[in-house]
Design a protein around this ligand. Structure first.
Ligand code: MEV
Length: 325
């Protein structure tokens, strides 16, 4: 059995705007997806017959990336992420599956996180009708704190570039990382799940429709871009108060783009008295919010009282890794 683990992610700034080339900042979280793969006599996924059309990420990786034509595979998946909730579960699944299959087929070849990030991004793009930024997949593969943008962002370390043809035109992104400063280590993120899934592809398509019908909403994208840059400066300097303020400002702009929901707003409001800042994270609609806090247990309680399911994590876990079985 070849096994790999890939973390989920939490977008601190820039969701949706990143699809249009603006910067986004995301951190890898402690929770993620573990995948085990071995040869078998039948195609099995999580104990059930594998139906490729129901699992577009996995079938894209098998067919189009590895062009696999070997014996059937038994695939086991174990996730500690809420799925379709803005925590990068499909990116973590694509990364962990890609890494496990790589280990099965090329056991002597070390895992290259950049190749895995590219592979998982192609799976996301194929499953999301060509609209996917590399944010989730790069953060899950590289770990730590990742900055994705159309241009190199000052103060970051460049890792790789990637591009994609989307229905709205060609997009180019540069993938960069920053080191999380010591001052940030005593803060935690509390992620609150609304209980309602939100398929990323549908939310991204909804924003595309909003922008085409109300072009003035581009102003919110540009504001998110400026907030992201201010948030990144605060994060790099270890300035928790400024980081939290930028998160609050980002939530308002995402509300203008109509990607928040009453339940997400309720959890954001409940978390704020005990937090430095709070906002929705990921695609929105349903999905999750995130609070930056030095009092995670109080925020977890507040989110539960507001009807959400909380989960606490540090900022910037290790990226994709092979597990020894
Ligand atoms: C989803 O986690 C983030 C979005 O910006 C979509 C993407 O980046 O592909 C909404």
């Amino acid at each position: 059995m070849a096994e790999a683990f890939a973390p989920g992610k939490c977008i601190l700034f820039g969701e949706h705007a990143v699809v249009y080339g603006h910067p986004a900042v995301a951190v890898a979280i402690d929770q993620g997806v573990r995948v085990g793969v071995r040869e078998s006599t039948e195609w099995i996924l999580e104990g059930e017959p594998f139906v490729p059309s129901r699992h577009p990420h996995i079938s894209h990786i098998i067919k189009n990336v590895f062009e696999y034509s070997g014996p059937p595979l038994r695939i086991e998946v174990e996730s500690s992420l809420f799925s379709a909730a803005g925590m990068g579960s499909s990116a973590a699944l694509s990364n962990a599956f890609g890494a496990a299959l790589h280990c099965l087929l090329n056991p002597e070849e070390p895992l290259d996180p950049i190749s895995m990030a590219r592979l998982a991004h192609s799976a996301e793009a194929s499953a999301q009708k060509g609209r996917a930024s590399p944010t989730d997949t790069a953060t899950s593969a590289l770990g730590g704190c990742v900055v994705v943008s159309d241009l190199q962002v000052p103060g970051t370390r460049h890792v790789f570039d990637t591009s994609l043809t989307t229905p709205e035109g060609n997009r180019d992104w540069t993938i960069n990382v920053i080191d999380i400063p010591a001052g940030i280590e005593d803060a935690r993120l509390v992620i609150g799940f609304s209980g309602k899934g939100s398929p990323t592809g549908r939310m991204v398509a909804r924003v595309a429709k909003l922008i085409s019908e109300s072009p003035e909403r581009i102003e919110d994208m540009e504001a998110i871009s400026n907030i992201t840059k201010a948030g990144l400066t605060a994060l790099s300097a270890g300035n928790l108060e400024a980081l939290g303020m930028a998160m609050n400002a980002c939530h308002e702009r995402l509300q203008n783009l109509e990607v928040s929901s009453p339940q997400l707003d309720r959890m954001v409001e409940a978390a704020r008295p005990h937090s430095l800042g709070a906002k929705l994270t990921g695609a929105g609609g349903g999905g999750c919010m995130v609070a930056l806090t030095q009092n995670p247990s109080r925020v977890c309680e507040a989110i539960e009282v507001a009807g959400g399911r909380p989960l606490s994590t540090g900022l910037g876990s290790e990226g994709i890794r092979v597990l020894q079985s």
